[in-house]
Design a protein around this ligand. Sequence first.
Ligand code: PLP
Ligand code: COI
Length: 340
Amino acid sequence: MEKKDIDWENLGFGYIKTDKRFVSNYKDGAWDEGTLTDDAEIVMSECAGVLQYAQTIFEGLKAYTTKNGEIVTFRPDLNGERMEHSARRLEMPVYEKDRFVDAVLKTIKANEAWVPPYGSGASLYLRPFMFGSSPVIGVKPATEYQFRIFTTPVGPYFKGGVKPLTLKVSDFDRAAPHGTGNIKAGLNYAMSLHAIVSAHEEGYDENMYLDAGTRTRVEETGGANFIFITKDKKIVTPKSDSILPSITKRSLLTVAKDYLGLEVEERPVPLEEIGDFAECGLCGTAAVISPVGKIVDHGREICFPSGMDTPGEICMKLRDTLKAIQLGETEAPDGWIYKI
Ligand code: PLP
Ligand code: COI
């Protein structure tokens, strides 16, 4: 299989149309078998549930070429499980986890030539998503749905690769208590767009959102969870019912404990405490672990000792170990790596 002729080393995080995508339709109470197609266009009613009331959910995961040339993906079962939760919360039909994993593997296989080579630093990003496709005008769930998975080769999410980011404590909220912050619904991202555009205009890389109820605790950014490292090298990560349970974060906690021998703690993290930490990082499929150098809270600068020039030592150790697991350079815990 010949790889596509792409400048893999210089890819950003964008959409490039690849050869095949998976499509399955839900009608009369059941999903069809699903199929791979060349057709990247979607035609639907002007009154579709997704267009009127934002009934859409999605996932994100990556495929890699390992050191010995195999193509693999990372913990797709957890994406499948999370998508089941998202579907239930938005009154959408569940696309069952095992079928989800099967569709992911088939879609990667069909786009093998687009999986970036080992050593390029790039990966093939997969975007499974589901939306209400039948007409709804009264506020209620659609009766027909489409589940799709497309792929796109990607480089780093943040421009400039792994260099410390500057964040702003946002005046906007991302998720309400008892809302939809803990699922991967398109609506959570629509409402973050004004906040991210404003933050970029002011020169920041990202927003730090606080809990909407009290605005005293750290939640997450628009697309990643936080990890902090204490001066005595303990990993601390915010616990909250309104953040997305990141698969990268959950994996990093295992890596920290079992590979690096570090203590980990998941608990509410008061904004007032973050100036005491030695390092801060953003973790997610797209972000991997992106180091944070500075957080600005209404003019008050919180600068991590790791600084703006080099990423923090523990953040980099976590990043390197996780990447080594994903790229087949280090043995993975059982069940983490799925070979294509
Ligand atoms: N938080 C939000 C809001 C996200 O969109 C993502 C991305 O998926 C994450 C966290 C990280 O989750 P994961 O590590 O499962 O990609
Ligand atoms: C991911 O990391 O997969 C996401 O969905 C985050 C998004 C901001 C790109």
